[in-house]
Design a binder for this molecule. Sequence first.
Ligand SMILES: NC(=O)c1ccc[n+]([C@@H]2O[C@H](COP(=O)([O-])OP(=O)(O)OC[C@H]3O[C@@H](n4cnc5c(N)ncnc54)[C@H](OP(=O)(O)O)[C@@H]3O)[C@@H](O)[C@H]2O)c1
Length: 341
Amino acid sequence: MTTHTVLVSGATGFVGLHTVIQLLQDGHVVRGTLRSPKREAEVRESIARHVDAGDRLSLHQCDLLSDNGWDEAIAGCDYVLHVASPFIIGAPKHEDDLIIPARDGALRVLKAAAKAGVKRTVMTSSVAAVSAGHDRDTTHIFNEDDWSNTDSPEIGAYEKSKTIAERAAWDFVKSDGAGMELAVINPGAILGPILNSDSGTSGEIVRQLMTRAMPACPRVGFACVDVRDVASAHLAAMATPDAAGKRFVCAIEYAWFSYIAKILDKRFRKDGYKIPTGELPNFVPRVMQHFNPVLKQIIPNLGKRRDYDNAQIKSVLDWQPRSLEEMSVSMAESMIEFGVV
Ligand SMILES: NC(=O)c1ccc[n+]([C@@H]2O[C@H](COP(=O)([O-])OP(=O)(O)OC[C@H]3O[C@@H](n4cnc5c(N)ncnc54)[C@H](OP(=O)(O)O)[C@@H]3O)[C@@H](O)[C@H]2O)c1
């Protein structure tokens, strides 16, 4: 396999770490970005548990809100995987707290990449940029032709940030990309093994279930995907010629919270975990949202199911995703290993 020099933004994050590990396992030279150099030791330690990076990994201090460091970090790279974007628990004080770093950060990275003559950038977007703000009937199956409606009063700040950032990226590449290619991965809710004791925003669903933070499950769900399959989709989108110019919905089937709870209950009840498998009537989360920021975020989606067509990622990237059971159980197991639950 040909090896390349690849920049991964957001190397401290859940997806970023897994992506760096897979690139190193494939023999590539990796430059990761992080906001705080204080986290370098922790990042290296998490990676070292899975692969010997030797001298193939360097870490560079870059913030999505500043121009500093991006040109130097990207110079000489063949590919850029732009993963970083703010992904927080709960709603921000102001939507711009998410929109500005997401959009301006993506443009900073793309500009530096185009200037450096990078062949292709792969950007992490989300199904949040595909299906949010639509009151479609439940039979509509979303695919890569769909875009979230940023004018809807129902859309959340995170969904808006991902949609605006992804649109800005496509517009930039069309008008100022200097021939650089773009491919975009649009994951669903990401589960799968965490790599250190930082369970992050993605870990919240499984953490709340394993710790019985709620007495029963709100009637919400997600099209889920294993983090290892999100990382491998980035690598495939980087290397597959036909991926250029395409978005890829990256999720398997839709699962209600209570269904994930039942999977966890079946596996972990014998170890003493009391996972709530029942469902809450919808009025309860509406009241409890004032005490639980995760609930606040999901209120617009109560009772609404969203299905996605993942035919494109399977056919173009030959993507073979893990099952819901595997991603849920492996996330919980890793949380036990790192003392999170
Ligand atoms: N997890 C999901 O369910 C999910 C689903 C769909 C799409 N995504 C997308 O996947 C990507 C990775 O998310 P994740 O799940 O890995 O979340 P995460 O663990 O919170 O990682 C987010 C990464 O972005 C970085 N970041 C945030 N704001 C930044 C800034 N101003 N400057 C530089 N870096 C910044 C974080 O750096 P710090 O460590 O310094 O904060 C971190 O490395 C994001 O684009 C997210 O929108 C996630």
